[in-house]
Write a protein that binds this ligand. Structure first.
Ligand code: NAP
Length: 233
């Protein structure tokens, strides 16, 4: 669609531009188009150091939000470097109890939760740290095997449909998919933020096309620190 084509900002390389589109658009669509994120909101990014999470943190900050991101303990300073105001270590006994303790007061609860990891339990227990007017959006559900995919699908449906008298909660919960008609506007905003230096593309590694399998392995490791780029000369 020509309306979805946007000029690469002059101040970023082609490799950096390659890392923007899918991950940046996914974060933008989830937080802005789906959750209606706006300046002044309090935002939780679950998985702030992943390929999409890095964009989510930066987009929330560029929008003017207060941002808390989960990551492993050793990456807390790194996630703050992307713009998060606070980092919370997800490798603890009960992350959701900790979030409720830290952010359970009404004025500290979140307006928007962006879940890049796909943890239905986060939604089931989010009333302790998300405002009743808030919104939880996920871009991923655990699906390593057919069984886990079915179980994740059922868990998502259960979370969305369970009535409150059976323990369900009323906070909206969305699984986000990209819609072609919104991509052009989102890409233009991302390009403008990149031009202004409000967003920065973070690249984990670049690989030659003949080494594409190495790139794939880095992605599968779940430990990539930014986008993994395959170059076609
Ligand atoms: N990449 C895309 O363009 C894209 C687009 C749409 C959808 N998706 C989907 O979105 C999901 C995430 O993709 P991704 O590329 O962002 O993944 P990724 O880069 O592989 O994510 C890895 C990061 O996840 C963090 N992490 C792992 N387990 C965590 C947990 N329980 N809580 C919080 N953080 C955790 C790790 O943080 P630490 O290193 O700090 O431990 C690691 O940095 C995937 O299911 C993918 O299919 C991706």
């Amino acid at each position: 669609m020509p309306a979805n084509c946007v000029r690469k900002p002059k101040n970023i390389s082609f490799s950096e531009a390659a890392g923007v589109s899918l991950a940046g658009l996914t974060a933008y669509t989830a937080m802005i188009n789906t959750c209606g994120m706006k300046a002044g909101d309090r935002v939780l990014v679950n998985g702030g150091t992943g390929g999409v999470g890095i964009w989510a943190v930066q987009i929330a900050k560029a929008t003017g939000c207060y941002v808390v991101a989960t990551c492993s303990g050793q990456n807390i300073e790194r996630v703050k470097g992307y713009g998060a105001d606070e980092g919370v270590d997800y490798k603890q006994d009960d992350l959701y109890a900790d979030l409720a303790q830290r952010y359970g007061d009404e004025d500290r609860k979140f307006d928007v939760v962006f879940d890049s990891i796909g943890t239905p339990e986060l939604y089931h227990r989010c009333e302790g740290f998300v405002k009743p007017t808030g919104h939880v959006a996920t871009i991923s559900l655990p699906s390593d095997t057919l069984t886990s995919a079915i179980s994740a699908g059922l868990s998502f449906a259960d979370a969305k449909l369970r009535p409150t008298f059976l323990g369900g909660n009323k906070i909206p919960y969305s699984f986000v998919m990209l819609k072609p008609e919104t991509l052009g506007g989102a890409l233009r905003q991302l390009a403008s933020w990149l031009e202004d230096g409000k967003l920065k593309a973070v690249i984990d590694s670049e690989h030659k096309f003949e080494n594409a399998l190495d790139a794939y392995n880095v992605m599968l490791s779940g430990r990539a620190k930014g986008k993994v780029i395959v170059k076609m000369e």
